[in-house]
Design a protein around this ligand. Structure first.
Ligand SMILES: [Zn+2]
Length: 409
């Protein structure tokens, strides 16, 4: 939408050009899908990105479902006659999905997540998948759903998510701060061991409850109150997300303000499409973090930079959904060069066929970042987590140990 023929779009494109970072760039416009190794150097770099300890701050639960699970669940729904399996089969099996195809999968997620057991399974697998690629801290966001016909309330939906997090078996999931014993606080998996599948991995997991911008003020307030109720269940923040052309800021502002009053940190999907009034209001609200910030005009851009609000950068997602015209023209470069606080994230790893390791690889290959720079980026994200200082201390130690392993060169 940013690159469209509108006045804002045209100006925006010029701004993007001015924001390009020096360094090696690829001429392609689509992000590389995972597993397409073309050279030894690329293979080595990809493996290094997998071994790198990483912090994931912007991942939607439903968008992170693995393809094999999606296929299996869609087949079951097909057998029950709920959907026509053949209609979605090809879309699930392909890696490089178009935006309309992504939307078809969203519809499928919507049906799938009306079942508590499925929600539990998805939550369990998503944590396992992030841990497998050495994500050491994960904030998963999800929209609690009411579905009377299925006997689902926002609370029961979230209970199903938490049940999934608790049932992860092959990695140590630290879900509650109270789980941290003194002797555990500094313990971590050294980077050299991270590629070794025989060692147990540890991942800190926290939950953000999303307010969907289609919701009413009262439904949004319910979500914030639920977040407060579930504080001892690993819920630590509120997110605002959904279709960027739907909803009014005034509708969800009371809920966001309520979160602020309760001391619950917020992160907001901002500037996925140009929307001057809304972007200004979001920046004025001063959330703890912002997601995307693709379609900001020059004045908004200035305001963002002076705000120093950390930005969750989702490279592949922004290209796939048209928030940015190409990887090379992504605003990551400008934010990075001006040392704006940012962290690299996936958004929807399943939907967009990516992984956090792949996103780091893309940052390196597109903008010419060195391993040391990638390491510092990953390490820097620790400072933007919503978890408490004890968790931050543990995470800093993870990175210090990894750095000491001299794998940063
Ligand atoms: Zn998102």
């Amino acid at each position: 939408p940013c690159s469209g023929p509108t006045k804002t779009g045209a100006r925006q494109n010029q701004s993007y050009k001015a924001r390009r970072a020096p360094g090696r760039r690829r001429s392609k416009t689509k992000p590389a899908a995972m597993g397409t190794h073309t050279s030894e150097a690329e293979k080595e770099m990809r493996e290094w990105c997998v071994a790198l300890p990483k912090v994931e701050l912007h991942a939607h639960l439903n968008g992170s479902v693995r393809n094999s699970t999606l296929l299996e669940l869609a087949k079951e729904l097909g057998d029950k006659g709920v959907i026509v399996f053949e209609d979605v089969k090809d879309v699930i099996m392909k890696n490089d999905r178009s935006l309309p195809e992504c939307f078809r999968l969203f519809d499928l997620f919507h049906i799938l997540t009306t079942d508590h057991d499925t929600v539990t399974r998805i939550a369990k697998e998503v944590v396992g998948d992030f841990a497998a690629e050495n994500v050491v801290y994960l904030e998963i966001r999800t929209t609690p759903k009411n579905n009377e016909a299925k006997g689902m309330t926002k609370r029961s939906y979230m209970n199903a998510v938490v049940k999934g997090l608790k049932s992860v078996e092959d990695v140590d999931v630290v879900l509650f701060d109270s789980n941290l014993r003194n002797d555990e606080k500094l313990s971590c998996t050294p980077m050299t061991d991270l590629g070794d599948d025989t060692k147990r991995k540890r991942i800190y997991v926290r939950l953000l409850l999303s307010i969907d911008c289609r919701e009413t003020t009262s439904a949004a307030l319910d979500t914030v109150n639920l977040a407060m109720e579930m504080k001892d269940q690993g819920v630590i923040g509120i997110d605002l997300s959904g279709n960027p052309v739907v909803g009014e800021w005034e509708t969800y502002l009371p809920a966001l303000e309520h979160a602020k009053e309760l001391g619950i940190p917020t992160t907001i999907h901002c500037g996925e499409v140009p929307n001057r009034k809304e972007i200004q209001a979001m920046l004025d609200f001063c959330p703890q973090r912002l997601g995307h910030v693709c379609c900001l005009d020059d004045e908004e851009w200035k305001k963002l930079k002076s705000s120093v609000i950390p930005v969750e950068i989702c490279l592949t997602s922004n290209v796939m959904t048209g928030g940015t015209p190409s990887l090379e023209l992504h605003h990551f470069a400008d934010l990075y060069n001006t040392k704006h606080p940012l962290s690299i994230c996936t958004d929807d790893s399943g939907l967009f066929s990516t992984s956090l390791s792949n996103e780091y690889y893309l940052a390196a290959s597109t903008f010419g970042l060195s391993k040391t720079e990638l390491f510092r980026l990953a390490q820097g994200a620790v400072e933007f987590v919503f978890a408490d200082d004890e968790v931050k201390k543990s995470l800093r130690a993870v990175f210090e140990r990894a750095a000491a392993e001299r794998l940063t060169s």
